[in-house]
Design a protein around this ligand. Sequence first.
Ligand SMILES: C=C(O[C@@H]1C=C(C(=O)O)C=C[C@H]1O)C(=O)O
Length: 410
Amino acid sequence: MSVALGASERLVVRTVPVAGPVDLIGRLPHPSALAWIRGDEGLVGWGEAVRIAVPGGDDRFAWAGRRLEAIFAAAEVHDPLRVPGSGPVAFGAFGFDAKSSDSVLIVPRTVLGWRDGRAWLTTIGEPEALTLVRPLVEPEGIGWTDGTLSAPEWGSAVGAAVERIREGRLGKVVLARDLWAESRQPLDARVLLRRLSDRFPACYTFAVDGLVGATPELLVRRSEETIESLVLAGTTPRGRDAAEDEVLADRLLHSRKDLDEHAYAATMVREALTPLCDSLDLPDSPELLRLANLQHLATPVRGRLNSERSVLDVLAALHPTPAVGGTPTDVALDLIRELEVMDRARYAGPVGWVDARGDGEWGIALRCAQLEGNRARLFAGCGIVAESVPEAELAETQTKFRAMREALEG
Ligand SMILES: C=C(O[C@@H]1C=C(C(=O)O)C=C[C@H]1O)C(=O)O
């Protein structure tokens, strides 16, 4: 852990109401942006008061929660608003794999929030006398190179997964691939955030430590004792017109393959949340979620926690769901390591924010890229079941890559 303000220093945190509406992305002063935005609402942050590098291990969410609780408990907090996201907040991204050393929590020096007609500004320590505003840098001359596996190699991996499933070793596995982009300019998260949030207003557009994307999948939102989630699995493209859209949607809603793929994820979420809740509303059949480029089967979930638990405790119970892992989880995770070959890093891990009351919102890091200077590593994956066809899954990854591709290419 590093405390930028000095290890022994106690955080002094002040939240004040400010005039809204606020253009959250427009207020980010430099490319090292922290953001969690849906429509025009959400939180952005900049500067680092505290950075916690979370070590790998099965108890990493609990470990991170204890560290954060100690820091927040010691802080002097002035927060007259006391709404989710006011007071001190940590943005975070966890590696997909429990052993990953890529997990990080960052408590920004400044947070700007805007939700339900209310705007607020939270600062930690003395206000910076001067915040240097760096001009936006657009990506330029993007070039593309294969990731760990070429498209045909990845198609063969899908074929191998289908065989294992047909042998009865598992029901579902999610296989992903990566792709590299390189710009002539250093990549600026703010430019990508703006493009993604304009194109995908229903998604959660995020930036945490260079991980930038727009995910449709809400892993969990906690507001006091209420938790919500949106389980996604089962995908089809958008049609070229309204009529084709309807045909594709209708096919998806009745596709045995997609309904099975979805049921694995919804069932696991039900099983994981039931012991944590005294009421849980999870419909038996999915509905349709339409995005700019894709349509998904979606199950909205709502529950009431039966005891005091932070949003990080709920993450620990849910991650990895079969929307990004598979069923049974352990068999699927082994197969992912064997067939994908690559390190997923933070792709498909939880990304979001948590406040000092344990409220917060976390999505699954999908439709995203990890920025590294001029380069970006993009990721996309698909649920594979017994009836999956490699060519169709490859086409689905191309469509899923498109969100970040187009954000990079303008
Ligand atoms: C794995 C991804 O998406 C997940 C897989 C889906 C599917 O296979 O139908 C749908 C939504 C997500 O849960 C991804 O976008 O990379």
